[in-house]
Write a protein that binds this ligand. Structure first.
Ligand code: ARG
Length: 229
């Protein structure tokens, strides 16, 4: 195959959008998480260091950050979608997710139709925003760029519910027992790491490492580290 080239010598530069716990989040001044650990396996295999760049999700999901070579790889809990595949290439799937609804514990919402006339929070540029627009026409959608701010607004009652990926919502509900995931919608999403269109060398390298880590137990260990009950 073609030679693998990195934007900076000795570094695997990763674009992400913080915070996205437990996939990537700053803890004690260090960026840690499920995606971080998986990309570290790739960096290790390439004998380079991963360097994480925190940047708006829009530039990540449109492929702009990869095409302008701001980063070698995008790792942002990003769902593989046909629209995005036009602008960047994805690795094999490394995580399964689905859209879910987070609200105050005991709130009477079971579907997005129940949010008629209510305030529904979404994160800008995400699959949750698209899902909310399509399935909650009667709700007032409120967009946030920052996930932490979106979730805080639910906690303080500025929002009635949030539609977003189940992984982060379940994690947040665990840490905030006054909230609960009221429904999951089986959207069947797969997360992939992004590379610049045509960067087959890096895409194949990532796939090789993922495959090996899934076979030898490292993937399972990392999964349990971030998602065990
Ligand atoms: N999985 C969703 C999507 O791809 C949400 C990703 C948001 N990621 C983030 N780092 N804020 O649209």
């Amino acid at each position: 195959g073609s030679e693998l080239s990195l934007v900076e010598k000795g570094k695997l530069k990763t674009c992400t959008h913080l915070p996205y716990e437990p996939f990537q989040v700053r803890k004690n001044n260090k960026i840690v998480g499920f995606d971080v650990d998986l990309v570290d396996l790739v960096a290790e295999d390439l004998k380079v260091k991963q360097e994480i760049v925190d940047t708006p999700f829009e530039g990540i999901q449109t492929g702009e950050d990869l095409n302008t070579r701001k980063c070698d790889i995008a790792a942002a809990g990003m769902t593989i979608t046909p629209v995005r595949e036009k602008n960047l290439d994805f690795s094999d799937s490394y995580f399964e997710a689905t859209q879910a609804l987070l609200a105050k514990k005991g709130a009477p919402y079971r579907s997005l139709a129940d949010l008629k006339g209510k305030r529904l929070g979404v994160q800008q540029g995400t699959t949750g925003e698209v899902y909310g627009r399509k399935h909650a026409p009667g709700a007032t959608k409120v967009q946030f760029e920052d996930l932490a701010l979106l979730l805080t607004n639910l906690k303080t009652g500025q929002l009635d519910a949030v539609v977003h990926d189940n992984g982060v919502l379940l994690d947040y509900a665990k840490k905030n027992p006054e909230l609960a995931v009221a429904a999951e919608f089986r959207t069947g999403e797969q997360y992939g790491f992004g590379v610049q269109t045509g960067n087959d060398a890096l895409r194949e390298e990532v796939n090789k490492v993922l495959k090996k880590a899934k076979a030898d137990g490292r993937y399972d260990r990392i999964y349990r580290k971030w998602f065990s009950a």
